[in-house]
Design a protein around this ligand. Structure first.
Ligand code: 1DF
Ligand code: MN
Length: 350
């Protein structure tokens, strides 16, 4: 251990963690019901079939911590020097629920509960609105309601039953984001049946690899179909080092331009900016799951110091030494303060 972790800014910055999960009991019960009655897809069986039933220490500790938005979580934040947690309903939210009315009622109750908890601890907790993209118009209204309740940002757990946000029926969600000036956070979820085959047979469908591949694809689908040309002020955050997009960006950009020029795909149309432009002006990446200096430095080089934010990914990754790894990064003090504190203050409007 190199140093003690304290809240309050003793190292010149506060730590704002931006991808911190909670759950409601009824949400986990709904997942369990779907796994048992056979309506869960392969991905839900793999992901929540594990967390909701496994007697392992990892699963039981995570469930207990997910369900706490009070003293236990605050004690864990204190113990790791986290000043502020930006909280969101854990993945995949209500997006896999087949009954849209049930999904909307459940996510509304989760938003109300989160709003109450944030009001109880206004200096420690900030909430993001969760939605049920199954009903885009309702979700747009919920985004506006969330903003009125004090939430800062909207969480979507990647695909909704195989559908992606670039599909035109989801436009009301982007209109509501634009009208309320809020950021969209696209978090991974378990893979749709169309992608999971070769991943799950090898044990690679989860956070180890499949999550990042699918979420990176989601972001690229939005960029390449012109979301930021239609909504130039829109900001989208993704976790896990930008879901590998910064690492691949040269190749993605080169091949995107080659594909557009040759008119290979109907959907790949010329865009106003190149891929670097969108990644540097419209996208934010967080360090959830990647407290890894080479990855953080790469993001700084590719996206800029204003575009990378700290995340712990509590409770899935609750590791004090990962906080220390951020504190000890070999970057300037100014860059570190942006990473740990001020970028989040800017984009979440804290
Ligand atoms: C896992 C990881 C699960 C993350 C998550 O939500 C999650 C995991 C169910 O390790 O199974 O949010 N994560 O963001 O890395
Ligand atoms: Mn996460």
């Amino acid at each position: 251990m190199t140093h003690e972790l304290k809240t309050g800014g003793d190292r010149g910055y506060k730590r704002i963690a931006t991808e911190e999960a909670f759950a409601t009991r009824e949400q986990i019960d709904a997942y369990l019901r779907m796994v048992k009655d056979g309506t869960a897809d392969k991905g839900m069986v793999s992901l929540w079939g594990f967390y909701a039933t496994s007697p392992s220490e990892r699963a039981t500790l995570i469930i207990d911590r997910l369900l706490d938005l009070g003293e236990r979580r605050l004690a864990d934040m204190d113990a790791t020097g986290i000043d502020v947690a930006i909280l969101s309903l854990t993945s995949p939210g209500v997006q896999p629920l087949l009954d849209t009315e049930e999904a909307k009622a459940m996510v509304q109750r989760a938003n109300d509960y989160l709003a109450e908890r944030c009001q109880a601890h206004p200096t420690r907790f900030v909430g993001m609105t969760s939605i049920a993209p199954q009903d885009p118009e309702w979700s747009a209204a919920e985004i506006r309601r969330g903003a009125e309740m004090g939430f800062r940002g909207v969480m979507v757990n990647s695909h909704t039953q195989g559908h992606y946000l670039d599909e035109p029926q989801f436009d009301p969600i982007f209109r509501a984001l634009a009208d309320t000036g809020q950021l969209l956070y696209i978090h991974p979820q378990t893979l749709p049946d169309s992608m999971i085959g070769g991943m799950v047979e090898a044990g690679l469908d989860g956070a180890i690899f499949g999550f990042g591949v699918e979420t990176g694809m989601h972001l690229l689908r939005l960029i390449t179909t012109g979301i930021f040309d239609r909504y130039p002020d829109l900001q989208i955050a993704v976790g896990h080092g930008g879901e590998a997009i910064p690492y691949w960006l040269y190749r993605i950009n080169y091949m995107h331009q080659a594909g557009v020029r040759s008119q290979r795909y109907e959907r790949l149309k010329p865009l106003k900016k190149d891929m670097f432009g969108y990644m540097r002006e419209n996208v934010l990446a967080t360090t959830s799951g990647l407290p890894f200096p080479p990855a953080i430095k790469l993001m700084h080089e590719v996206m800029g110091e204003d575009r990378v934010m700290y995340a712990m990914d509590y409770p899935y990754e609750y590791v004090a030494d990962e906080v220390r790894a951020h504190d000890l990064l070999d970057i300037s003090d100014a860059a570190k303060k942006k990473l740990m504190q001020t970028n989040a203050e800017r984009v979440f409007k804290l």
